[in-house]
Design a protein around this ligand. Structure first.
Ligand SMILES: [Zn+2]
Length: 224
């Protein structure tokens, strides 16, 4: 692959980078690495782990076909299924980013490809507070790549514009961003609709369905 996008969960690349994918921002071909693909998290939580995991994998596949990307599932268990996090709020900022989680994820991502010298890596910024996003943001530090870009995690940065301001303070103006044109809103709604099992996708569609949607829909910074 020329580009790998690190997506903590099935839906993060779609919610955060759909317009970027349609705008040829990153070198092609593009692969999406879905890190925490084993999950019990869905609107309909009454189903088994295997059934929800399969449903989310199928959602990822339909998105991939429509947006011309490949998907690689790493098969790691998402936060609510990990012993260190069980029973706590996954958005609790007091949850520590454990180095064993960071190292495990970095090791798995590194193993998907031998030669990273010509590869662009696109990683989450970890805003919004979800522990899996914070781990994924940190894991990128230990990964080899010819260039690294970080994206604003959505729908969090759309729902809370202060998060985008914080990223601007840290990194300056984005190197690329998508504004709320009719076309861009339509692309984001389309991408979100591939994930009907996910509350975050529903929140994204709701945020875009109002009379004046948020000004910046996606933002990307070159960080290396
Ligand atoms: Zn996520």
């Amino acid at each position: 692959m020329s580009t790998w996008i690190l997506s903590p969960h099935a839906d993060d690349a779609a919610l955060s980078l759909a317009v970027a994918l349609r705008s040829e921002v990153f070198p092609e071909p593009i692969g999406v690495v879905t890190a925490y693909s084993v999950s019990t998290f869905a609107v309909d939580e009454g189903r088994s782990q295997s059934s929800i995991t399969a449903m989310r994998t199928a959602e990822d596949s339909r998105f991939a076909a429509a947006f011309d990307v490949s998907i690689r599932q790493l098969g790691l268990r998402d936060a609510p299924l990990r012993r260190s996090i069980k029973g706590t709020d996954v958005f609790d900022l007091r949850l520590p980013v454990l180095s064993r989680s960071v190292n495990a994820l970095a090791r798995r991502v590194r193993s998907i490809q031998n030669d990273w010298s010509k590869t662009t890596l696109v990683v989450p910024s970890g805003v919004g507070g979800h522990i899996d996003h914070r781990v994924a943001a940190r894991a990128s530090d230990g990964l080899p790549a010819s260039s690294v870009f970080a994206y604003a995690d959505q729908p969090y940065a759309i729902q809370d514009p202060r998060l985008l301001d914080q990223l601007r303070e840290r990194r300056g103006e984005p190197d690329w961003s998508a504004t709320a044109s009719t076309r861009n809103v339509a692309v984001k709604v389309e991408a979100s609709e591939y994930y009907p099992s996910q509350p975050a996708a529903a929140r994204m569609i709701a945020a875009l369905g109002v009379a004046s949607p948020p000004t910046i829909l996606e933002a990307v910074w070159r960080i290396q």
